[in-house]
Design a protein. Sequence first.
Length: 338
Amino acid sequence: MFITFFILALLQPKVRCNVDGKWSDWSIWSACTTTCGSTTQTRSRACTNPPPSNNGTDCEGSSEESKSCMLEPCPVPIGWSRWGEWGSCSSTCGVGIQNRNRSCVEPFPNRLSDNCFGDTTEHQICMQRACADGGWTAWSSWSTCSASCGAGIYQRSRDCTNPSPSPYGQHCAGPNNDVATCNSQRCPQTAGIWSAWSSWNDLNNCTEGEIISRFRECIKLKSSPYEPICNGHSADERPCVSVRLTGGLLEVYVNGQWGTVCDDEFDSDDAKVACRMLGFDNTKTATIRTDMVKGEGSTPIWLDDLRCKGNEDSLLECSHNGVGSHNCGHGEDVGLVC
Ligand SMILES: *[C@@H]1O[C@H](CO)[C@@H](O)[C@H](O)[C@H]1NC(C)=O
Ligand SMILES: *[C@@H]1O[C@H](CO)[C@@H](O)[C@H](O)[C@H]1NC(C)=O
Ligand SMILES: *[C@@H]1O[C@H](CO)[C@@H](O)[C@H](O)[C@H]1NC(C)=O
């Protein structure tokens, strides 16, 4: 018994079996990698049943296998196509309409029942050119001259109606009116009369020495058709005459110098004018005072025998002996309370 085992043990190394490798079973197919459309799936096997040993041969063939995996086609996104080009304008001049189209892009096969919302056609206003530009009519004849004598003007006109511009057409270029001077014969003249003088400008607020002026107009007599002509000047100017009260003493600024007024003939009408020049509106309260007068001084005595009516703008407009002509002394100077 022992010997048998021994012999077997000695023989053992000589029994060298070569074991060739053999494939295991295929694994199950892997899942498809997407949910729609075409893709691949794989399965694999291993050389383990049994593996090769003792210089046995390896398994022959591939350990992996794949096949295409066709699912249902993927849905195509649905929507509007781009707008097409604008079509031609419906009119060759003036305003027309043109349109453009788009279409609803359908999937194939149409799996989803979606629709495109909105219009397939869009419209817009179009214009190739205006149908007509404006054109001038001929000039009218000249109007009658504005003056029957002396320089006058006359005018003529035209209209942009030959033809009138159509909508969006050009208006006519240039003026529609033309004005020119027309010289009728020289006007004859007849004697006119002067209007009253205007009031002195700036009289009550002029600065001493400022030149102030007043104006009058040569007016033609109603019955005369001719231009009036008057002798003399239509403008008059003189230096500003100011008055002031110095301690109650009335002084007048004439010829660049302050001087006094003599009380000969000086009454309430004269006082009114003086107070108005001083800016007092209510001249009824003007009173003449002699108690303020000092009776001395070397200033000129400018006015004497003043006879105002009361409505004059300035003492110099009243009747008087002439500036600087007097027979008074300073004891007769006028004092005033306005
Ligand atoms: C396999 O074969 C080579 C030569 O082909 C030999 O040298 C080696 O000893 C062998 N191995 C076995 C385990 O038999
Ligand atoms: C748009 O479609 C309408 C209707 O089918 C057709 O009359 C028109 O000519 C199309 N417009 C353009 C620009 O293709
Ligand atoms: C008087 O003159 C002064 C200085 O020129 C001016 O500011 C003022 O407004 C004038 N007053 C009137 C009432 O004209």
